[in-house]
Structure formats: C-alpha cells, structure tokens
Design a protein around this ligand. Sequence first.
Ligand code: PMT
Length: 220
Amino acid sequence: FLPQVLQGKKLLITAGPTQEPIDPVRYISNHSSGKMGYALASAAQQLGAKVTLVSGPTQLEKPINCEHIAVKSAEQMLDACQQHAQQIDIFIACAAVADYKLTEVAEQKIKKTQHQLSLQLTKNPDILATIAQQINKPFCVGFAAETQDVEHYAKDKMQRKNLDMIVANDVSNQAIGFNSDQNAVAVYWQNGQQNFPITDKQSLAIELLQLIAKRHAQTN
Ligand code: PMT
C-alpha cells in the first residue's frame, strides 16, 4: 500500500527517445529505452494520479491505467504535450528528445552514390521549455542527462528552462541512465537538493514522485 500523495493530481509525463526521419527508411535517435519514464508513469498512477504518458518508440508494455500517446518525432511529442498541458498539475519531461532534426527529410531513400554524405540539421523545439513558458504553467520537472559537470549543467538547465525541479542523471556511468534497469540521480530545486543512490527505476520513481508531490504541495 502506497500513500496517495498524488490523489486527484493530473500528471503529464514524456518518455523514451524521439526518432527524426532522414528518409523513408532511416532516422536519427538515441539509446533511451523509456524505462525511467514508464516507471514514473506507473508509480504516479499507484500514488493516486491521473497520468498521461507521451512516449517515443519503445519496446515496453504500456503502463496500466495511464493514457498512452505514441509519437515518433520531437514535433509530434510537442503537439501531443501542448494538447494536454493546459489541464495538468505536474509535467515531468523524462524523454530524451533529439536536439536536432533534418532540415529537409528526403522523400525517397537516399542512394549511396556519394563517397561522403552530409546531413543538414536544424534545432528541434524544446518541449519542456515551451510548456514551462505557458501562462498558468504546471509544476515543471526536467531531467538532465549529462556526462560531465553534472550539477553545473543541471542547475543551468533548471534556470534557463524556468523549471521547478531538475533530476540530474550522470549518463557517463553505463550502470545507470540510458537503457539500464537501475538509476541514481541528484535532484535540485531553488535552495535545495536531494541525492538518490542507485536502485531499480521502479523504486526510484516512487521516491522521486514523493519528493515532487511534497515540493508541489509546498509551492502551490
Ligand atoms: O529511457 P531510459 O533508457 O530509462 O533512460 C532514462 C534517461 C537517461 C533518458 C532519463 O533518465 C533522462 O535523463 N532523460 C532526459 C534525457 C535528455 O535528453 O536530457 P537533456 O539534458 O538533453 O534535456 C533536458 C530536459 O529537456 C529533459 O527533461 C528533456 O526531456 C527536455 N527536452 C530536451 C530537448 C527538447 N528538444 N525538448 C525537451 O523537452
């Protein structure tokens, strides 16, 4: 039995990678499995929340009792989030969104006629920053996947993107972070921080959401 600390709250959670098409058969993506985001969705539901999970392509089973919206690209993930972001209490951005997309997607499969091939990329919209800028913004929690100066870059992202909290993930350690079953993180907020030592993503999700629920209650 878990305390229903999110009873009556509406949560929007992003998870997994995005895929940015190059041509009809190829794409750019990353190693996110969706495990951390799906664990958060499932844990939030167990803690009493009504959950919408916007997910990039993963191999995972849909968490039960959550609204599940499947997307591929960052643009599609942004659209799905914006359609829900007015009616939610808490937004958690756990997805590993591709920072860049192809400037132009080829209509036909690219042939290997050239010895070298350059792809031109354009910055994707930042989903988290967009939601965090809206009027009546929800309580916004970001993740920061970093390989160096983790605390510095995480805090910088929290400031720049106007976030209430940031979960810093040191992804230089392959035992935690991308595609692992376990994770260890440090969470930062205005004038506070808490470290969460290595554990499975399901247990970590429960602990993170209990902290998020507490901070949300204190700031609202
Ligand atoms: O999926 P798993 O295999 O379980 O791995 C979990 C994880 C490592 C992917 C996860 O714990 C994690 O760290 N997620 C964030 C990954 C990331 O892309 O971080 P970032 O530092 O590049 O982005 C910062 C924040 O902005 C994130 O909350 C991200 O969702 C958000 N973002 C980034 C770019 C963009 N265009 N839109 C966004 O919303």
